[in-house]
Ligand binder design. Structure first.
Ligand code: FEO
Length: 171
């Protein structure tokens, strides 16, 4: 094995975190769909598959270097929200936790002079900058447009137009 057992654990914990994020966004998509926010539902269904792709990237890396990925158990995510703004706030919080976790693993790779993992993690560092800014921008729209039904409907339409934009950019 080319990475330490500490790094193996950290990366497997990250597999679990990305899997939980995927699940959480799936629950948000479902709530949005049931509530009638069809643009936001489309957005979060796409976001959920993005997170699954993140998880798969780490699984692939671990297996490629002979460190054996561990597929985590699935925990039930929060299933109901008070508002669309509440959904976006929770999403931003999730992303901030993921960023912290990624930065910790990067620090570990530095400490252990693990250049392979360091190079692998670079993509995630950049991705997190985009992920946080994406949700910050959406939250800002509530301040700019307001929170009445018409404003939220506009935000829902905006989310429909931007759903899956990251995936198409990466393709
Ligand atoms: Fe894969 Fe949005 O963190």
């Amino acid at each position: 094995m080319r990475i330490s057992s500490k790094m193996k654990k950290a990366l497997n914990d990250q597999v679990a975190m990305e899997s939980a994020a995927s699940n959480s966004y799936l629950a948000m998509a479902s709530w949005c769909q049931i509530t009638g926010y069809h643009g936001a539902a489309k957005y979060f269904f796409a976001q959920s598959s993005e997170e699954r792709d993140h998880m798969l990237k780490i699984v692939q890396y671990l297996n490629d270097i002979g460190a054996n990925a561990v597929i985590p158990a699935v925990k039930a995510p929060v299933a109901s929200y008070k508002s669309l703004e509440g959904v976006i706030k929770t999403a931003l919080k999730n992303e901030q936790s993921v960023t912290k976790a990624i930065h910790k693993i990067v620090e570990l790779s530095h400490k252990e002079k693990d250049h392979c993992s360091y190079a692998f993690l670079e993509w995630f560092v950049n991705e997190q900058v985009q992920e946080e800014s994406k949700f910050e921008d959406i939250l800002q729209k509530f301040d700019l447009l307001g929170r009445d039904k018409l404003a939220v409907n506009e935000i829902d339409k905006f989310l429909a137009s931007t759903a899956g934009a990251d995936e198409s950019a990466a393709a």
